[in-house]
Design a protein. Structure first.
Length: 307
């Protein structure tokens, strides 16, 4: 049952967006520093229209997964979620987002397809039963804080609104300083954690954000110890707190150890953003005696010696 008045009503859902126009590729537009603020602005305005409030729904993260743009949404009030569901069901959200994208991107039309999911549930299939949809969204609790990049975009949008209200006749500058890297991996050129270097076996290494290559090597080589590494990372990562690791083991049991380990590190990378560094992963590997894997990630041995 959904919580009563004693506990806050919090739930999350994923909104999948895809343009049906071949010349409009939403992930590419979001990955571009020039058009990203415009896409985000259209998204925020459409979500505000759907709930009747700028703060009716919170965007936690935007994933680029070609051809989809996937928006992780957080609801803090049941009534706001109801308004959103009604707007989605009636097609008002879709029409609003199409209109805002058309204006923001200066295009004649931006036709969209939308899909709404909560966990493994496809909410489009049960949209007629609003209470069932609410229950599914309520069951899915947010596994992350708001992404740093989203916070930057929110602040940028606020400054644009203030600028426009001061002088509507002046051209508003684009927020081109925002990062343009494809999620979930943060930009290598962005500021890392405060730890610039770290020690491994008496040798000093430059700290850096985790890369797709690190991600794949970890998943391939960590084997059965992925859960132990996850428990070590869990100490400083809210997104991996119980029961997330056990749930990953169950959810990806059929896919095997590689996928389980891959999904674990994906959660870490998505939740920690710029703070998902090689130093933190190496420390977790050391704690669990996985020195050969640490050496492989740091390039200290040949592949045949580390596999």
């Amino acid at each position: 049952k959904m919580a009563g008045s004693t506990a806050p009503w919090i739930g999350t859902a994923y909104l999948f967006l895809q343009s049906t126009c071949k010349t409009v590729v939403l992930p590419s537009l979001y990955e571009s520093s020039q058009t990203k603020p415009n896409v985000f602005k259209a998204l925020k305005l459409a979500l505000a229209d759907s709930t009747g409030s700028v703060n009716g729904v919170e965007v936690l993260k935007v994933h680029c997964s070609h051809p989809h743009l996937i928006v992780q949404l957080k609801f803090c009030k049941q009534e706001n979620c109801r308004r959103f569901l009604r707007s989605y069901r009636e097609g008002a959200l879709q029409q609003s987002l199409q209109n805002h994208l058309q204006l923001s991107l200066a295009r004649t039309t931006v036709p969209l397809e939308m899909e709404l999911k909560a966990g493994k549930e496809h909410l489009d299939r049960m949209m007629k039963d609003e209470d069932d949809c609410l229950e599914c969204i309520y069951r899915e609790k947010p596994d992350r804080l708001r992404d740093e990049e989203i916070t930057e975009l929110e602040e940028c949008l606020k400054s644009l609104v203030v600028h426009q209200s001061i002088n509507n006749n002046m051209a508003v500058k684009d927020c081109t300083s925002l990062t343009s890297s494809s999620l979930p991996y943060p930009s290598q050129g962005s500021s890392l954690s405060s730890q610039v270097t770290f020690l491994f076996q008496g040798q000093e290494f430059a700290n850096r954000t985790l890369t797709p290559d690190d991600h794949q090597k970890f998943a391939k080589l960590v084997s059965k110890k992925w859960k132990q590494v996850g428990r070590s990372l869990q100490k400083s990562c809210r997104a991996l707190r119980d029961p997330v690791i056990d749930n990953l083991a169950l959810e990806y049991d059929r896919e095997g150890l590689y996928e389980q380990a891959y999904q674990l590190l994906l959660r870490f990378i998505q939740s920690e953003g710029k703070k998902a560094t090689i130093a933190r992963l190496i420390a977790a590997l050391e704690e669990n005696g996985l020195l050969s894997l640490a050496e492989e990630l740091l390039g200290l041995c040949a592949n045949e010696d580390c596999s």
